[in-house]
Design a protein around this ligand. Structure first.
Ligand SMILES: Nc1ncnc2c1ncn2[C@@H]1O[C@H](COP(=O)(O)OP(=O)(O)OP(=O)(O)O)[C@@H](O)[C@H]1O
Ligand SMILES: [Mg+2]
Length: 329
């Protein structure tokens, strides 16, 4: 892609994540490249086990010891996250780059009041006065739409509903006014209505503060609600990416087509939910050059023997599949 760092808050290039186990190494994520523009909302979609969370954890330097980024670069706000010092990293994490997860109850301290937990984020970075912390905590809780923020500050996590707890998590994610918020399945544990509210909230936060969002979901319907672009991931690789509307209107990769036919809302009334036959292979399993080949109806010998080159459909819409166009680049 041609966009430069002036326009991008994040540029990931050829990033590879390797798992070390029993004297062997396995690629969990294999040379993925993508960008997130300043103030943009980008989605990563793919079934369970495709490497979405590993990608997010790598960006936050939260991978476990036996899992490592082994290739490529991750340029955040002009700095390569692979080469910065531990001190620089601490400055970024929870401050310029924040992350929210699927299950708010496990990330919140059950014994601490909401206000203390949200305000604590600011204590970790920079010197803020008590008054300022309190003011910004209130502002953050207000922004995420807690009905009575002053009261909520004094409450404990168990006194809130799941949706409200997720709002508190988002408040913690935005109180430091990050440049990038990574949201890993933030709505998966919520009912459909609450899910919609949380997505609207993420969009509103993005509009009001200019925080870029990297939204991870296995559900293309969720991605479609707020993401301008989407990366479709399968078994550790990006197989197709582009503007969300282009991907939904004109999915070209057989995997993307399968994901779209399994969006619940597209289902004919009464018809069973379509799903892609087969399963995502475990990372320890050897994969053909096209990772999707073993589940793909159109797969032929080429898919099992040669790596599919990058094909461009339009400026943003690209994919890796032998069956589009004639000549691989
Ligand atoms: N410690 C580990 N040892 C072996 N395999 C692992 C380990 N941790 C994760 N994996 C595997 O790595 C792959 C990528 O995992 P990841 O958590 O990134 O998937 P995901 O796309 O986030 O899926 P989900 O939608 O379920 O959250 C999965 O196949 C997972 O089972
Ligand atoms: Mg995950």
């Amino acid at each position: 892609m041609t966009a430069s760092m002036d326009e991008n808050i994040l540029e990931v290039k050829h990033m590879t994540i390797t798992l070390y186990e029993g004297g062997t190494s396995y690629k969990m994520v294999n040379r993925i490249s993508f960008t997130v523009g300043k103030g943009e909302i980008v989605g990563i979609v793919g079934e369970s086990g495709c490497g979405k969370s590993m990608t997010a954890l790598a960006l936050q330097d939260l991978l476990k010891n036996h899992i490592k980024v082994t290739d490529g670069s991750m340029i955040f706000d002009g700095k390569d996250l692979r080469t910065i010092s531990a001190a620089e990293r601490r400055e970024i994490n929870g401050n310029d780059m924040t992350m929210i997860f699927q299950e708010p109850m496990t990330s919140l301290n059950p014994l601490q009041r909401i206000g203390t937990q949200v305000g604590e984020v600011l204590l970790l970075h920079g010197s803020h006065s008590r008054e300022e912390i309190e003011k910004r905590t209130l502002e953050a809780l207000q922004m995420v739409g807690l009905p009575d923020p002053e009261k909520a500050m004094r409450m404990y996590p168990h006194e809130l509903s799941g949706g409200m707890r997720q709002r508190v998590m988002i408040a913690m994610g935005i109180i430091a006014r990050p440049k990038l918020l990574i949201a890993d399945e933030p709505t998966t544990a919520l009912d459909v209505t609450t899910q919609a509210h949380v997505l609207e909230l993420l969009q509103e936060v993005n509009r009001q503060t200019g925080t870029a969002v990297l939204l991870i979901s296995h559900d293309l319907g969720v991605i479609n609600k707020i993401c301008s672009r989407v990366l479709v991931m399968y078994a550790g690789k990006i197989v197709e990416q582009g503007r969300t509307e282009d991907i939904l209107k004109n999915p070209v990769h057989p995997y993307t087509q399968g994901l779209i036919s399994s969006i619940p809302t597209r289902r004919m009334k009464g018809a069973p939910l379509a799903s892609i036959p087969g399963r995502v292979p475990p990372v320890t399993e050897e994969k053909p050059p096209c990772p999707f080949a073993s589940r793909c109806e159109s797969a032929d010998k080429l898919c099992f023997t040669e790596y599919p080159g990058r094909k461009t459909i339009s400026d943003e819409h690209i994919l890796w599949c032998h069956h589009y166009g004639t000549n691989a680049e």
